[in-house]
Design a protein around this ligand. Sequence first.
Ligand SMILES: Cc1cc2nc3c(=O)[nH]c(=O)nc-3n(C[C@H](O)[C@H](O)[C@H](O)COP(=O)(O)OP(=O)(O)OC[C@H]3O[C@@H](n4cnc5c(N)ncnc54)[C@H](O)[C@@H]3O)c2cc1C
Length: 458
Amino acid sequence: VQGLRHDLSAIVGDEGMPSESELATYCHDATIQRGLRGRADAVVRPADARQVARVLAYCYEQQIALVPRGGGTGLAGGATPVVGGVVCSLERLRSVLEIQPALWRMRVQAGLTTAAVHRLARENGLYFAPDPGASELSQIGGNAATNAGGPHAFKYGSTGDLVSELEVVLAPGEIAHFGSGAVKDACGYDLRGLLVGSEGTLGVITELTLRLLPAPPRRLAMVLFLEDRGAAQRLLLEILASGLRPAVLDFVDGKAFAAAAGTFPASPHAEIGMALLLELDGLDGQVQSERAEIESLAAQHQALEVVCPPARPLWRWRDGLSLAISAQRGGKISEDVAVPPERLDQAIGAIYALGESYDLPACTWGHAGDGIVHATFMIEPSCASQLERALAASEEVFDLAHELGGTITGEHGVGWTKRAAFQRHTAKAALRAQRQIKDALDPKGLLNPHKNCPLENS
Ligand SMILES: Cc1cc2nc3c(=O)[nH]c(=O)nc-3n(C[C@H](O)[C@H](O)[C@H](O)COP(=O)(O)OP(=O)(O)OC[C@H]3O[C@@H](n4cnc5c(N)ncnc54)[C@H](O)[C@@H]3O)c2cc1C
């Protein structure tokens, strides 16, 4: 290990080598909540893409695994070095290379935080919509590598939809560019699209060109409280069928809402089955007429109440929901399955039933318009049996999502934690095609091994 660290410091310099006391923080991501921790033989913080390429070339020569790391906020164990090797943190690649407000684009390095991208866009009168919940820590490169979404992904798409070009370090240590500055690009296979969501298993993203949007002049947040989940499901489908396109169309079920009702930024309704959280955006007149339409649909579906809290506090409250739910028992196991939106109520009912059969309190929230359900089982982290039962219940949630015509992950990715479900629910021919892509781009299997792949390839 000393020899390895010596060789790597010759590439990245002393500044690129974290101290001994810092190493532990690079050995896990947000799945540390469930006790998942890896071990790294070395951690490097390269200063630029050339250094990343030299580190990867060295790992390839020496047959050492390399695990790309963004902000470490992933919820699938993707950045956890489960079999040792070298963790390659992108945190020093945080320059803004170019902003062209009139052309609505920005070129940045991969280690810039998501929040910094949002701020920069805002300061230039523009808007970058994908907003995964840990944006002060997560990096834009990590967002592309997981194709992260968030509430506003409903109208504007996930990160990959707004990335037009990528600079990527490929095995065995070459810098490549995918995509182009053209608005449309039909040249060759869509390797830009392939790298999006590849979870560090096909290359290391070092630079991105992002598509920005003009900032909507008016935003209006609305919360529709419903007593009955079935009515909420019908209302959701009416909103989707109406052709209205809210920027956000989220839900919080009654049990999840209760966990954070005390900090809700308007007077909360006591007994609800579900709340639908919306944001309307656009010109003022358009927003007002859409508001009237939503209110009328809500009344037709016996909504208990419609409130319009200020948007920022509402979305801050929504970001804090996960923590408030964890605080109920000290911990939780939460997965991000997605189902067709018309099956949301059925999925939630089945998740409650699983909670009962595993003797664990269950709740759900998520992105209703996209059918993404954060299926959550609350646990006391010190209780091994609760953790075991919650993990078993989650495997059944993956099966349920598949049976309902959905998928095991709508936004967090497969990582390390969903390999078994990935294997169970992907047909042989599709698994073979996945394997062939991995082999073509990473023939030695050293790029983030055992991630984003089925169990049998682990
Ligand atoms: C409180 C909370 C709320 C969240 N809310 C959402 C949400 O609403 N929507 C959502 O989609 N996600 C959400 N997440 C999950 C997480 O924030 C996202 O997946 C985020 O995109 C991860 O970015 P990161 O920089 O932290 O990546 P990491 O966790 O460091 O890495 C994630 C994966 O990407 C790879 N990777 C990272 N950087 C690179 C790179 N430059 N090149 C190649 N591979 C790389 C890693 O190897 C790993 O496989 C949430 C997480 C938390 C803790």
